[in-house]
Design a protein around this ligand. Structure first.
Ligand SMILES: *[C@@H]1O[C@H](CO)[C@@H](O)[C@H](O)[C@H]1NC(C)=O
Ligand SMILES: *[C@@H]1O[C@H](CO)[C@@H](O)[C@H](O)[C@H]1NC(C)=O
Ligand SMILES: *[C@@H]1O[C@H](CO)[C@@H](O)[C@H](O)[C@H]1NC(C)=O
Length: 339
């Protein structure tokens, strides 16, 4: 019997909301979403969408709107696909714990998130499940239920390699997802190696996002001030060395392409924007997991290590401001002998 798959999206920001809308557009699945911040508004009025791909749509809602993952779980629906497009904040809201209530044996998890090694905690908790990698090249924002999509949807899907599941089933799941997602407007394509794609993205993200986040400048000013050549490019070389030790050969001109990616723009990478707004940063996904891999492969990464240690302190500050950590009112005196 050909029943429609059940699709659940967690994290309907600009990217996630368009993903849910897209699948609902051609009714290739029953779509449910978990909305936390704007729940009351979305429940009552739906989303106002202004999209380069789909035009203006007022009051859009999918089949089901849930206030939490627990509520989605209580609905009794067995979700075939669980797409996660929240920020990946491993040190605050681990994805594997967030989704645990709705994951069943046959659920395919789709991580539409940035970063590296983000599949590992999922494989540890759900060793038999297929986890797909979704890298989104869309420009889309959500402001209180108003979605503004300025850049056409282009989603790159791969399977993260789960050693406990045969490779063919993983590729087949990726292709089924692409079929469900694709229409005559968007672009949703298969890419064989999630690992390659994500290392390639790190050449930018682990080096420019981090350096700009720490120094408080955009990539244009970073270059003008000499920080591109003094800090970011040496950091990129470390990413390339880790990738190589991990069996991934990046193109010879990758540094040049990344350094020219924002030509003509004083561009603020999103990690810099997060710090500016006082939001926690995706530190583990962008740097921490990479450095774990570097240690395992015995590749030295002194510049990335220092960037990580500095950003760990910045993250502490951001977490304290958002109530995730605190310090005692009176500063404790350690009995450490510092040397
Ligand atoms: C899709 O969702 C609707 C609304 O929850 C439900 O009535 C219907 O049975 C679902 N269809 C399938 C095929 O699961
Ligand atoms: C999806 O829906 C649109 C609008 O109704 C329609 O034009 C299109 O043919 C449908 N199918 C695909 C695969 O795009
Ligand atoms: C790094 O910045 C780029 C550009 O803003 C963005 O696409 C990417 O999501 C950022 N990644 C992280 C983890 O901040």
């Amino acid at each position: 019997m050909a029943t429609k798959p059940e699709f659940l999206l967690i994290g309907p920001g600009g990217v996630g909301c368009i993903a849910a809308f897209t699948i609902n557009y051609n009714h290739t699945a029953n779509v449910s979403i978990v909305v936390r911040r704007d729940y009351e508004t979305v429940r009552k009025h739906g989303y106002h969408i202004d999209s380069v791909d789909y035009g203006k749509v007022d009051g859009w809602k999918p089949e089901n709107v849930f206030a939490s993952v627990e509520e989605a779980s209580k609905s009794g629906i067995k979700f075939d696909y669980i797409a996660v497009s929240t920020k990946n904040l491993q040190d605050i809201v681990p994805v594997e714990e967030l989704i645990a209530p709705v994951v069943s044996a046959h659920s395919v998890v789709v991580l539409v998130q940035n970063g590296f090694g983000i599949e590992k905690p999922l494989f540890a908790k759900f060793p038999q499940n297929i986890v797909l990698s979704g890298v989104s090249h869309i420009g889309s924002h959500n402001r209180n239920g108003h979605i503004h999509q300025m850049q056409s949807d282009h989603l790159v899907i791969s399977a993260f390699e789960n050693p406990n599941v045969d490779a063919d089933s993983q590729v087949a799941a990726a292709n089924r997802f692409i079929e469900m997602y694709s229409n005559n407007i968007n672009k949703c394509v298969y890419f064989a190696s999630a690992k390659w794609y994500r290392y390639r993205k790190l050449v930018y993200n682990a080096c420019l996002n981090t350096t700009c986040a720490l120094t408080g400048v955009d990539t244009g000013r970073l270059e003008a001030a000499g920080g591109l050549e003094a800090i970011a490019i040496p950091a990129m070389k470390e990413v390339i060395r880790v990738a190589k030790a991990d069996g991934v050969e990046l193109p010879d001109d990758v540094i040049n392409v990344v350094c020219h990616a924002d030509d003509g723009d004083y561009f603020e990478p999103s990690m810099r924007v997060d710090v500016k707004k006082g939001n926690p940063i995706e530190l583990e996904a962008i740097l921490g997991n990479l450095l774990d891999t570097a240690r395992k492969l015995k590749v030295e990464t002194p510049i990335l290590d220092l960037l990580f240690k500095l950003l760990t302190v910045v993250q502490f500050r951001l977490k304290e401001a958002n109530g995730y950590v605190g310090v005692p009112e009176k500063r404790p005196i350690p009995d450490t002998f510092f040397k």
